[in-house]
Design a protein around this ligand. Structure first.
Ligand code: SF4
Length: 238
């Protein structure tokens, strides 16, 4: 049986193979960091809101989000204000329908899993959207994981096509999307060639993991790494 991968695991391996080993092979536990908690809470608020909205489309967007937010100790009102605008725009102004929310997806073909935050449908085409609670960037910075969302959704629903994949940055209220197109690279598109390369990357990373290749990748992020002490003690030996 091949090693099971996920969007997060590939991202972690690409960021630093040694960090991946500490996390997934050695299973060294780390303290939950603040950003992880914010991400989990805001995703839960968004998911709960969508479920309520699916039951009753007349609910007030912001009031309902605030009510859900009030159950948490931390203050996520800024995220709620942006989510209210975003959901209102997509669901009432642009006429998208909710296809799925927080759906766990697994591709047997690639032995690969992921959790799609929200998938919207319009005119028979799907847009898969990931929420991020950190500082906004371009969707192109997330092209690898967005390709995996497309693959997972299309694998689960073979009669559907994911035309767009996007990130919604809940803290800044920014939406950035990529369109999947036949050819030609541009800042707002992902070509078939690029998409196929990203899918091939799954097997390449898996082969390296199975071969025990976990070299350290020194970078400026090392100073924030939870495993820095372990890594420093091990030195540069791979
Ligand atoms: S300290 Fe740097 S090189 Fe070491 S595991 Fe962490 S990210 Fe990788």
């Amino acid at each position: 049986m091949s090693y099971k991968l996920s969007k997060s695991k590939i991202n972690d391996y690409l960021q630093c193979p040694r960090k991946f080993r500490y996390s997934y092979i050695n299973k060294i536990e780390t303290e939950e960091n603040e950003y992880f908690k914010i991400g989990g809470d805001v995703h839960q608020i968004a998911e709960d809101f969508i479920k309520l909205w699916q039951k009753d489309e007349s609910i007030d967007f912001l009031d309902t989000l605030y009510e859900l937010e009030s159950k948490y100790e931390d203050d996520y009102k800024d995220h709620c204000i942006h989510l209210a605008d975003f959901f209102k725009e997509k669901l009432t102004c642009e006429g998208y329908e909710v296809f799925s929310t927080e759906e766990y997806l697994f591709s047997e073909k690639y032995n690969f899993s992921g959790l799609a935050d929200i998938v919207l449908e319009k005119d028979g085409k799907l847009t898969v959207i990931d929420y991020k609670t950190g500082k906004s960037k371009s969707a192109r910075d997330y092209v690898t994981e967005l390709c995996y969302y497309k693959m997972l959704v299309e694998d689960a629903y073979p009669d559907k096509t994911v035309e767009y994949a996007a990130i919604y940055f809940t803290k800044d209220g920014k939406y950035s999307e990529l369109k999947f197109i036949e050819e030609d690279y541009s800042a707002v598109n992902c070509s078939v060639t690029e998409y196929n390369n990203k899918i091939e990357l799954i097997e390449e990373v898996r082969e390296k993991i199975e071969a025990g290749e976990f070299p350290p990748k020194r970078q400026y992020l090392c100073k924030y790494c939870d495993f820095k002490t372990h890594c420093d003690e091990e030195g540069f030996i791979t």
